[in-house]
Design a protein around this ligand. Sequence first.
Ligand code: PLP
Length: 451
Amino acid sequence: MTLSRTGEVLLHAQLERALRDDIRAGRLRAGAPLPSSRGLATELGVSRGVVTTAYQQLVAEGYLESRQGAPVRVARAVRAQSAPPPAPPLLARLAYDFSPGLPDLAGFPRDRWLRSVRFAWRDAPLDAIGYGDPRGAPELREALADYLGRVRGVAADAEQLVICTGYRQGLALTCRWLRGQGVERIALEDPGWHPQRLIVEEAGLEVTPIPVDADGIDVAALARSDADAVVVTAAHQFPTGAVMSPPRRAALIDWAERGDRLIIEDDYDSELCRERVGALQGLAPDRVLYIGSASKRLAPGMRLGWMTPPSWLSWSLISAKAIEDAGSEISGQLALADFIARGELERHLRRMRLRYAHRHRTLREALARELPRWRPHQFAGGLHVLVELPAGTDEAGLLAAAARDGVAIEGLSLHSYTGDCQPGLVLGHARMADPALDRGVTLLRHAATGD
Ligand SMILES: Cc1ncc(COP(=O)(O)O)c(C=O)c1O
């Protein structure tokens, strides 16, 4: 053991730490005697007081035991920490990333965001940093109620709006509430965003997968199921890109009204879409729980989402949120309120919509050139496009070959509940500039054809 004499950390504190680490790691076993304070002090070249102070501290913490006339020992109650299990392999970050989950992080407007952080903090009342309203900062709820009403046609009331930690928390709280009401099954679009399945199953609900077609979810199939609630991506189905048609919207609302059922609307990226239809919630605020998120609109690391529950459900969700975490982190909320109020969010979304549309064109042209037998679905906007692969393509084999070439892609089967789907890819084009998109597609051709 060597102690540093630079004076940055006191000698007895260094000795305490070294002994604590040795005991925790099992290098000093329970019951083992320690040298006398005089002996250890001589060995380390320090005063005896340094050793006795360290021993006393560790006795007080329960690591050591001392008895009159006996050597100080490692306490018998101390257990060595078991070796940690090997970490599960993390997905490697590959050079060409076509996974659809992320927006273009390089496009995040740092300077404008920083300005909003500064203004928001400068003007925030002291109460803003106490235990606040579990629904979230009133400034943000007001800014969002106005924004969602104007831009998404949501029937939003700042009093009913609840800020949550991303869409996931909104869905998780709702699923737990449903389970508490005795609901057993929830319908999900098939294919649909796969983390959703984990969230609803974690809440104890069973998934009823319902197929989607070019008009959105198959409401007739939903009506034949015994689900009491459904999650839909009405404005931009994930991952097919379908926009729910007006007759389907009407039929879905009718289904919910007839059976007193709940529709959860996942509005994850509609401002980034080409065809912007208003939210379903505006048509039936009493049947639809609307959930939005900053993840694709700004950045997922913000972990900010918002929900507008039907009024009969809002108190239950507010109290679930209060019990879970007493409200979301405040700093991002204050900044987002300012960012929306200044019109920055709308400017950012306009910029990103153009950027993503351009990148999508580049991707499509490269696919047409390099892989003409692959069939991209019609582009509905947003951050990704579904590409159908020729029948008989080994999707898993293609993913593995692409990863060997440094290309990350997601297969359609990842998002299929039944596993009964045509081979396909959900290609995200948001993060790559033109040269990377071109090179990525060339590598995909190599993975698919060996050429
Ligand atoms: C379909 C869909 N819904 C919701 C989300 C957003 O989830 P969260 O707000 O928890 O990041 C995503 C993000 O990838 C998504 O793809």
